[in-house]
Design a protein. Structure first.
Length: 296
């Protein structure tokens, strides 16, 4: 069992699911574990999405593929739901519910469980984060919502979701970006690497103008960092021309993303070098432990 997964659960959820939430949820849904509930056939019309669902965008093509499978084979794995004031709310399995609606099914197999609002909120975020189903802004919004509703500090929040405090802090800072820039990220016009430097720019109009320039001219992340630095230092002028830099090899960007996900910090691959950012001795020790560099 990985250390990351152990950190990802709070006491309440750990008492229900054990150390590995995703495996436990799947065991419950497949009837391998008695969770105090039984599988029922529930009318789809009586079920509503989880009100704390952080994922806002569902892949329509993937949903239609799942709907085709459900038409032919049905739903093999029950969804998890809880009773609400009117009908039921989904705990886990919203994709199956949505696909069943597309497939024109009237009922869906479901296991009814007793969850508090706080548990609903946490499990929705943890399920999506562990499955990497959220885009960065959805993830950031989910963390902020969880922190505000449950009065978590960023340190406690990081422990609950199994991420480093630095990672949580940095991703939540993206919510400071103007909405037009956030939409460019959601629409995959700009990467997180491109917009991260723009967080430091206080003038929203200037930040939006730069983001549009980056998209139209295909500027590199390094070019954006240079522009943001000039703005913050007051060196940029209206007619300043920034030449597009050569875009980084997509394969290197892919490896950077993999390493950042594993180490939960910024990683840069450039000129046959790997640069890993750490913020303190404790953070360095955390990274070394993940890399297996600390002797027992």
């Amino acid at each position: 069992m990985s250390t990351e997964k152990k950190k990802g659960l709070g006491r309440g959820l750990e008492a229900i699911f054990g150390e590995d939430m995703m495996e436990a949820i799947e065991d419950i849904q497949q009837g391998k574990v008695d969770a105090g509930g039984k599988t029922n056939e529930i009318a789809i019309s009586e079920i509503r999405p989880n009100p704390y669902q952080p994922r806002k965008i569902f892949d329509e093509a993937a949903l239609n593929d799942l709907a085709d499978s459900i038409r032919e084979h049905g739903v093999f794995t029950p969804i998890l739901i809880r009773k609400s004031m009117q009908g039921y709310e989904i705990i886990a399995g919203e994709r199956r519910w949505r696909a069943s609606k597309i497939a024109k099914k009237d009922r869906i197999p479901a296991i009814i469980m007793d969850f508090t609002d706080a548990q609903m909120m946490e499990i929705s975020i943890l399920e999506n984060v562990q499955r990497e189903d959220l885009n960065p802004l959805e993830e950031a919004s989910a963390y902020q919502h969880l922190a505000e509703r449950l009065n978590y500090t960023q340190e406690v929040l990081a422990q609950r979701v199994g991420k480093s405090r630095v990672y949580v802090t940095n991703i939540m800072r993206l919510l400071k970006l103007p909405q037009p820039i956030q939409k460019m990220v959601t629409d995959k016009k700009l990467s997180i690497g491109h917009v991260r430097p723009l967080v430091t720019i206080e003038d929203e109009d200037v930040a939006i103008e730069i983001a549009e320039k980056v998209y139209k001219e295909g500027l590199s992340v390094r070019a954006v960092e240079a522009i943001a630095k000039d703005v913050s230092e007051g060196n940029i002028k209206k007619k300043t021309k920034v030449k597009p830099l050569k875009e980084k090899d997509p394969n290197l960007v892919y490896v950077e993303n993999l390493m950042e996900l594993k180490l939960q910090t910024y990683v840069t691959l450039d000129k046959n070098e790997i640069r890993i950012k750490y913020t303190s001795n404790d953070d360095l020790n955390r990274i070394l432990e993940l890399l297996g560099c600390i002797e027992e």
